[in-house]
Design a protein around this ligand. Structure first.
Ligand code: DGJ
Length: 729
């Protein structure tokens, strides 16, 4: 078992293949955080933590004569509120008397095989059959709160999954104002925070900053995980590189508003807390009720590359589910940038025929196919075919497309409603709006209130209807505005602080029902590009449209940031037309494909406007992609930017788990005359094996490629790229 309890030392030690995590119950019943890092032999590591009298730090009543003991100065698994720990709290609880004090202390624990599940929430699965779970129960009889801290160890993946169940064990209602899922303490060291910020068309830009004294926080209050901040953080040693240095990740399996806070306190220790909702979050717990705070996947690795690889394997194999989790996904063509709203059967069929001829496998009919949808101002909610655009019906179009040999996929945006729609006219109270107040509009549409079961059932019903009526293999599930006017017409005033989270739970119920009912359908997530690109969604949609920006040069940063935590298989990426519709930039088709292949590969362009030589290139690209797909999906991913520092280029490498194949990709972002040579060192190869460098007609030992490296030929022209396949011989 990978979880050990030492009853003499009162330590609980969690072990994965490469890491050790230790906590201990101290003399006051506080569950102390002791160690998390590289694997060590089992030992009591409480010696690391020395307590001194710290001025102006309070002492718990039972430690009033022991002034060296303060909750403000000890590392804990779950920080309290209102009782003398002035650092980041893991929770905030309002008692009926108006006080906000909660200090849950250890009462018992249980260790069991397997992975915990969370009611109504996504959670990683025990895909390797080796998981073990620790449930540590903490109670505060003073306010009547019990918290169950859940830890599941996924040993092969070097992941510790954490979640918290809050229970009202008292006789009076409690209001949770903050519900943390995970508190991580780093007692020693000097840390950098890497977070992923952005905007529409520039999601998940990585930013690395030293952790300062005080609190740094990122999060979302938009009811979606958001384009602006991603629920994934890395804390790494200030000197950490791709290859070396302590690196910790916190990945939230949650798709709504969240808060990720990091605090460096007076004595240098760092605490990070991930919690659900924003400052408007309020959840009433009646006596006997419980609340589940979503899951966080924690991971530790020596070096950033290894940390990314650990998350890639865990998300791909333990978080994503279903038939499309691993292996082949159809290469698709999407109609959006090809025709936008101008859907005409002849044009669509022409696109499908050309795509089929090139080797594409799936045709996706994007926005614009349903009743009244002439532009993006109307009709969301009226999910029946548009007979003006499709006089012979959607079924006829699908069957014609299927005759070309392509599978068929359809776009929907189920969580939204337009004011100008039959649905809104029939059910105005189904939208999130505040009585007596004109709602804030976004893309001239409103968000449906998914906290309501009738709304959830409507969505399940209409999506099921589409999937039962038509021959559909794929659904693109879009979400094109943030939540505002967060008010449910069904709930009383005191429950309005629950609506945002209830809506996310509603979405999860809808998706769970649909993916269970239609296991053969591939669901791709989307939110105006990558506005809801998170591991929570990946539990239902193993692929998510990464960004509405399809310019390959812009995508370099977007995809690099994304791939810090999420595997290539989750990244929806398409080759689009040049000049690009978002930037006006012209890039070679080879560069567009090289970038899109670092993701769920597809095309999104009007093929009738593509030059014949580019059509030949596309045919070739699809063949190449199929040949490389296992490597691209399951290979170990290495960023090579450290070798190219100061160069206008971006490089990455994929190495098969067996080390028998590798693929180097380099994309330049500017071309210079008489330029310095670009040089990279390979990683992750077998040093003793010989590799054939396919495009270079060279054979070299792995150790040479990894240490002496490889010098690239001079690349010329606008945005050239370079790909090199290695094969062990
Ligand atoms: C936003 C998506 O990100 C696009 O790909 C496209 O589906 C549009 N919505 C359609 O309205």
């Amino acid at each position: 078992m990978s979880i050990l309890w030492n009853s003499e030392q009162k330590t609980l030690t969690l072990e994965t293949a490469g890491t050790t995590y230790q906590m201990a119950v101290d003399q006051y019943g506080v569950l102390r955080h002791v160690y998390y890092g590289k694997k060590v032999v089992p030992a009591d590591m409480m010696y690391l933590h020395r307590n001194y009298d710290r001025g102006f730090s309070g002492n718990p009543y039972e430690a009033r004569t022991n002034r060296s003991y303060s909750l403000d100065a000890v590392c804990q698994e779950f920080s309290s509120c209102g009782v003398g720990d002035f650092r980041l709290p893991s929770l905030r609880v309002l008692s009926p008397d108006g006080s906000r004090c909660a200090d849950p202390r250890y009462v018992r624990h249980e260790i069991r095989p397997g992975k915990y599940a969370l009611p109504g929430l996504p959670a990683a699965l025990d895909a390797d059959g080796d998981a073990a779970t620790l449930e540590a129960v903490l109670e505060d009889p003073g306010c009547g709160l019990r918290v169950r801290l859940l830890y599941s160890v996924l040993p092969k993946k070097d992941i510790i999954a954490r979640a918290v169940l809050y229970e009202n064990m008292g006789t009076a209602p409690l209001v949770l104002e903050k519900a943390g899922s995970c508190c991580l303490e780093l007692p020693f060291g000097s840390w950098d925070l890497i977070h992923f910020h952005g905007r529409h068309c520039a999601e998940r830009t990585p930013e690395r900053l030293p952790v300062m004294h005080g609190i740094q926080a990122v999060g979302s209050g938009r009811g979606m995980s958001s384009h602006q901040h991603n629920p994934f953080l890395i804390l790494c040693d200030h000197l950490a590189t791709e290859d070396r240095g302590d690196c910790y990740g916190m990945m939230y399996l949650y798709s709504g508003s969240f808060r990720a806070e990091v605090e460096r306190e007076a004595y240098g220790s760092v605490r990070a807390v991930m919690s659900v909702g924003d400052e408007s979050f309020r959840w009433t717990l009646l006596p006997g009720e419980s609340f589940a705070a979503p899951e966080v996947l924690l991971s530790y690795a020596d070096g950033l590359a290894r940390l990314s690889q650990q998350y890639h394997a865990a998300v791909r194999e333990n978080v994503c589910r279903g038939e499309y989790r691993l292996g082949h996904r159809p290469v698709l063509i999407n109609s959006w940038e090809a025709v936008y709203f101008h859907i005409q059967p002849d044009r669509i069929l022409d696109l499908a025929r050309r795509a089929a001829d090139l080797g594409v496998e799936l045709f996706v009919l994007d926005d614009g196919w349903f009743k009244g949808r002439t532009d993006d101002n109307r009709a969301l909610g009226d999910w029946v075919e548009n007979r003006d655009k499709l006089p012979e019906g959607l079924g006829r179009l699908i069957s014609d497309i299927r005759k070309t040999g392509l599978l068929f996929g359809l776009w929907v945006e189920p969580e939204m409603v337009s004011e100008d729609s039959d649905l809104y006219r029939a059910h105005p109270d189904w939208a999130l709006t505040v009585p007596g107040r004109k709602p804030t509009m976004g893309r001239n549409q409103l968000v449906l209130d998914l906290s309501r079961k009738d709304v959830q059932d409507f969505i399940i019903h209409f999506v099921s209807g589409l999937l039962e009526t038509y021959d559909i293999s794929y659904i693109k599930w879009d979400f094109n505005r943030s939540m505002t006017d967060v008010y449910s017409h069904l709930l009383p005033a005191e429950k309005q602080g629950e609506v945002s989270h209830r809506a996310v739970l509603g979405l999860y119920r809808v998706l769970e029902t649909l993916v269970t009912r239609f296991p053969h359908v591939l669901f791709e997530g989307c939110a105006g590009g990558g506005g809801r690109f998170d591991a929570g969604m990946m539990h239902y949609t193993p692929q998510i449209w990464c960004s509405d920006d399809t310019d390959p040069i812009e995508r370099l940063t977007i995809q690099k940031g994304t791939l810090f935590g999420y595997p290539l298989s989750t990244v929806g990426a398409h080759v689009s037309i040049a000049p690009n519709h978002q930037t006006g930039r012209t890039t070679p088709i080879a560069t567009r494909a090289a970038v899109a292949m670092a993701g769920g590969f597809g095309y999104e362009l009007d093929l009738s406007r593509v030059a014949p030589e580019d059509l030949d290139a596309i045919r070739e690209q699809i063949r190449d992609f199929r040949a490389d797909e296992p490597l691209l999906r399951e290979g170990l991913y290495f960023r090579l930017d450290e070798d190219l520092a100061g160069m206008d280029a971006c490089a990455w490498l994929l190495v098969s788990p067996e080390k028998d194949k590798a693929l180097l990709t380099v994309v330049t972002t500017a071309t210079h005359a008489n330029a310095p040579l670009m040089h990279v060192r390979f990683k992750g190869l077998d040093p003793d094996a010989l590799y054939r460098l396919k495009e270079e007609d060279l054979t070299l030992p792995g150790s040479v490629l990894m240490h002496a490296g490889f010098t690239l030929p001079m690349l010329r022209g606008d945005y050239p790229s370079f790909r090199l396949h290695l094969e062990r011989i």
